[in-house]
Design a protein around this ligand. Structure first.
Ligand SMILES: Cc1ncc(COP(=O)(O)O)c(C=O)c1O
Length: 413
């Protein structure tokens, strides 16, 4: 074939939904921050110092050294996921108050894949997804590919009626489809819903007759305070079991072991798991068999130990950051005091713009954070920012917060 005269015009060939899939301005910005002298509070990733590297290497070696295990680990796996791993998740969920069976569990490539599946399963263009403001950016990205509109979940008492939520969704050209929440040590705020807030949310979802997606990748990382029952546990209790519950919960091994093996799960009524399994088949057939085997072995042998190490490690860093904020932030700046997870949410005085300040923070103070407005479906929250304490050392946390505090003192003038 001879070379074409007119070059391929890709833009005219993309499906309409691709218009909603744009590179996040923030993610692009953060790629530039990978310079050694910058103290970054931006990445929300786990500390590699905690990865159980020796145990992971040993487990792969064990599998590779056993012919039958190795054959199975290199083969296609069932779409629902490794049977032993699903059984371990069933006992883990029981400890969290959710009685279920392996038929209620689907293994996914991290909970991010679960979010993409759920968005695709529930949302037609113009349908409404109810989200918190702010919420997890990756969920907005997963859902936005389906061209939905967003409405904000009430935070405590609201003067909006149930009918007003339905009417708003109708006026947008679709229907209300689900509520999405990160109830434990949320990304980005670090906030945890208390038991009353959880009951209110379930009542709200029941009034609207919509499912609730409970995304809890940080739930095991609690540094202090009382554990709060999962939304799914509360709803199973009220509804008489998982098959009649409206809650779909997402779990992940990323924050406890490593995100590198990409193993997470969905726990839901059998009917929903059946549909999701079809999506899994169409998407990637199954998770990697060998990675699931490794995670299953780690979960069975050292889950509690790994969680305990994570808690001890991150608690010190969280305390260092809270302490530094207390000493270095000027009046008018407030922040969340998370009982777990990896994030602290900072609110600047009204009128300050955290995105505009980021450039100065990086260029002058050599400190980075994520501007908060990226986490709002409506782009509001310009005076907010997210700090993560997971990666920097305690000394770097002190140094970085002192520098950020000095910059904000100048900005608040
Ligand atoms: C709230 C939330 N959900 C889901 C994910 C995705 O995690 P993974 O796909 O690694 O399980 C993250 C990752 O940061 C997150 O913060």
């Amino acid at each position: 074939m001879t070379p074409q005269e007119t070059p391929m015009d890709w833009g005219t060939r993309y499906a309409a939904r691709m218009a909603g899939m744009k590179a996040s301005e923030i993610r692009e910005l953060l790629k530039l921050l990978d310079q050694p002298d910058i103290i970054s509070f931006a990445g929300g990733i786990p500390d590699p110092a905690l990865f159980p590297q020796a145990e992971i290497a040993q487990t792969y070696a064990q599998i590779c050294g056993d012919r039958a295990l190795f054959d199975a680990a290199l083969q296609y796996s069932v779409s629902e996921g490794d049977a032993g791993l699903r059984q371990w998740i069933v006992s883990y969920m029981a400890k969290r108050g959710v009685t279920c069976g392996p038929e209620n569990i689907l293994i996914t490539n991290g909970s991010q894949q679960a979010l993409e599946f759920l968005g695709r399963m529930f949302l037609s263009p113009k349908d409404t997804a109810m989200v918190e403001a702010p919420t997890y950016l990756g969920a907005l990205q997963a859902f936005s590919a389906m061209e939905p509109v967003y409405d904000t979940l009430p935070n405590g008492a609201t003067n909006r009626t149930v009918a007003s939520y339905r009417d708003k969704a109708g006026a947008a050209g679709g229907v209300l489809k689900f509520a999405y929440v990160v109830p434990d040590f949320a990304n980005p705020t670090g906030h945890t819903l208390n038991i009353e807030e959880r009951r209110e949310l379930l009542q709200f979802a029941s009034d609207l007759n919509i499912p609730v997606i409970e995304d809890s990748p940080y739930v095991a990382l609690r540094y202090d305070g009382q554990e709060v029952p999962m939304l799914q546990a509360l709803d199973c209790e009220d509804q008489g079991g998982i098959e009649s519950s409206r809650v779909i919960s997402l779990g992940s091994f990323s924050k406890v072991f490593t995100p590198g093996l990409r193993v997470g799960w969905i726990c839901a009524p059998t009917e929903v798991i059946g549909k999701l399994t079809l999506m899994k088949q169409a998407s990637d057939l199954s998770n990697s068999a060998i990675n699931q085997r490794v995670i299953a072995t780690l979960a069975t042998t050292r889950f509690d130990q790994q969680v305990a190490q994570g808690i001890a490690h991150y608690r010190v860093k969280r305390d260092a950051m809270l302490d530094a904020l207390e000493r270095h932030m000027p009046d008018g700046v407030t922040w969340s005091k998370p009982e777990g997870g990896l994030f602290i949410w900072v609110t600047l005085p009204e009128g300050l713009d955290a995105t505009a300040l980021l450039q100065q923070a990086v260029e002058q103070a050599r400190v980075a954070y994520v501007p908060g407005h990226a986490f709002f479906a409506d782009g509001s929250g310009r005076n907010t920012l997210r700090l993560s304490f997971s990666l920097p050392s305690v000394d770097a946390i002190e140094d970085g917060i002192a520098k950020l505090g000095a910059l904000l003192k100048k900005a608040t003038g």
